[in-house]
Write a protein that binds this ligand. Structure first.
Ligand SMILES: Cc1cc2nc3c(=O)[nH]c(=O)nc-3n(C[C@H](O)[C@H](O)[C@H](O)COP(=O)(O)OP(=O)(O)OC[C@H]3O[C@@H](n4cnc5c(N)ncnc54)[C@H](O)[C@@H]3O)c2cc1C
Length: 507
């Protein structure tokens, strides 16, 4: 729910945030490492960033006073420099298009009370850093959800509100019951402290119940972005057909202008983007046929490089010799499979536990079509070294039922919630095709095309198959590995993957 601050609190906060009464604000005058800590709190805290900052100030965990005195002393001297910088940027960045200069200016923004649906549209901008409220460690507030302005005036408003509140209240009322059922089903193991066991049971319950959260649920998102990427992001947000996204774009622009006034001054909706989007929707109707029937397959490899081993060997050797690429590929094609394997082995075998593989793996590019619950999509989308093509979030691909739902006897609530959402979605979609997605819970599936280079695939599979991950995206990472093993077994041999099933999750 919106945070409100007393007059004293506002005075304390004002030097560090660009406003004290709106949910989107930029940060300033804070040590960079404190900014990183404040954003990290989003992962585990129900509180706003400003509330956590107040605690830091009051507990005097950071000596902000001295920093502020220093900034105030210098602000007079810097006023002239700031004005000159503005003139420079107007001339070079805006006037002559020397945009890369804008990358040296960085903005930290807190985006609070944004819907989960909106976070995914914001994070579709790859050149930025994000930290989001965790669905595993934070129990979401059932009163905090978004209602699109277009629905406020619509006959669909009642069904929208009824469905979203029913989903959130089911999530909330089942929480205690689920924690108790998890504890009964998986008793504490020897060697685990009571506190760690309780935390693990709570996390597991949140992992199970997150499937019920509607996409309208409001969350918090920390964003760090450079001036050039920010200008592009604002333009994309302002051009988006959803009102919530346009509003976020406008608020981000207003707040960021207080930090980098010149660099994003001209960020505006893009007619090219908006008109093309409209035309492409019509063309897709005309050319791409109907939605395919529901598929059960989660991960499908749709494109893989030809002659992958030869290409990789050529890419590996290229930087260490002086042959042209054409000479090298001719030479590599004459090597025996054993010789090629030797090169690949020497290149990859010495990796320490925290070493990413070296760059040559980027020469191999794979595309995967992935059909997963929105909760898992929410996590997988965060991998930025990729090209992602998202289809709209609809009810057309059905929903998943996590195995724990049956195991803990939650099927009746779960299925009823999913059906209620499907029905509401169908009714709202007829009048408001874009806004209808907000009522869908995270259990509903979304189809996405990911194109990854092999280096990022190594990273993704290792991180997302690890035991501590959510079962839903762990299975995607395992499938990606199996697909690679099927087509390029030699390369898969060097990928680090955890193929174990952990019925007890993290307990
Ligand atoms: C168990 C678990 C829990 C998590 N919990 C949360 C959570 O509560 N909240 C949350 O927001 N996220 C959470 N995440 C997501 C996580 O923090 C990452 O954002 C996500 O996995 C993307 O991976 P990545 O950052 O390694 O980068 P990718 O985007 O996959 O990029 C690959 C690599 O490129 C480099 N790279 C990419 N972009 C940059 C950049 N801008 N600057 C420097 N290096 C870069 C890094 O080396 C990175 O590892 C969780 C992940 C796991 C596995």
């Amino acid at each position: 729910m919106p945070d409100s601050f007393s007059a004293d609190e506002k005075v304390l906060l004002s030097p560090y945030v660009t406003n004290v009464d709106r949910p989107i604000y930029a940060l300033g005058n804070l040590p960079e490492e404190v900014v990183a800590v404040l954003f990290a709190y989003y992962s585990r805290s129900t509180e706003s960033l400003r509330r956590n900052l107040l605690k830091l100030i009051r507990d005097q965990e950071v000596d902000l006073d001295r920093r502020l005195q220093w900034i105030e002393q210098d602000s007079g001297a810097l006023a002239e420099a700031k004005e000159k910088a503005r003139q420079f940027h107007e001339k070079w960045v805006v006037g002559y298009g020397h945009s890369s200069v804008a990358e040296h200016a960085v903005v930290h923004l807190a985006l609070e009370e944004v819907s989960i649906l909106a976070t995914k549209i914001i994070e579709d901008n790859r050149l930025a850093s994000y930290t989001e409220k965790s669905t595993r460690y934070v129990i979401f507030d059932p009163r905090s959800y978004y209602t699109p302005a277009r629905l406020q005036e619509s006959s669909c408003r009642e069904i929208y509100e009824r469905t979203v509140t029913a989903l959130l209240s089911c999530y909330h009322t089942l929480m205690e019951e689920t924690i108790a059922a998890v504890q009964a089903r998986w008793p504490r193991q020897e060697g685990k402290t009571e506190a760690a066991y309780k935390a693990a049971c709570r996390a597991k319950s949140c992992d199970i119940l997150r499937y019920l959260l509607p996409a309208a649920t409001q969350t918090n998102l920390g964003l760090t972005i450079n001036g050039r990427a920010l200008e592009y992001m604002i333009s994309k947000l302002l051009s988006h057909p959803l009102e919530e996204i346009q509003g976020i774009g406008q608020a981000v622009k207003e707040e960021a202008q207080k930090i980098v006034p010149t660099l994003i001054k001209y960020a505006a909706p893009s007619p090219y983007r908006m008109e093309t989007e409209q035309v492409m929707r019509e063309m897709a109707q005309e050319f791409s046929g109907t939605t395919s029937p529901q598929e059960d397959r989660t991960v499908r490899l749709v494109a893989a490089p030809e002659d992958a081993e030869k290409r990789l060997v050529a890419a590996i050797l290229y930087s260490y010799g002086s042959s042209s690429y054409a000479q090298l590929t001719d030479r590599v094609s004459l090597l025996s499979p054993q010789e090629r394997e030797r090169v690949i082995d020497e290149y990859l075998k010495g990796r320490g536990p925290h070493d990413p593989p070296l760059r040559a793996l980027e020469d191999l590019v794979y595309s995967f079509e992935i059909l997963v619950d929105f909760g898992a999509f929410r996590d997988i989308q965060r991998h930025r070294m990729a090209t992602q093509h998202l289809q709209e979030f609809t009810a057309d691909h059905g929903y998943v039922v996590p195995p724990e739902v049956a195991e803990l006897g939650l099927e009746t609530h779960f299925e009823a919630s999913m059906e209620q959402a499907r029905e509401a979605y169908g009714m709202i979609r007829r009048k408001h095709p874009l806004e209808a997605a907000y009522v869908l819970p995270l259990a509903y599936r979304r189809r996405v095309l990911f194109t990854w280079n092999l280096r990022e695939m190594f990273h993704f599979v290792q991180l997302r198959s690890a035991r501590q991950g959510h079962a839903s995206y762990r299975s995607v990472a395992q499938e990606v590995y199996r697909e690679l093993e099927r087509v390029h077994p030699l390369l898969a041999r060097y990928m680090r993957v955890d193929l174990e099933e952990y019925p007890l999750g993290r307990l």
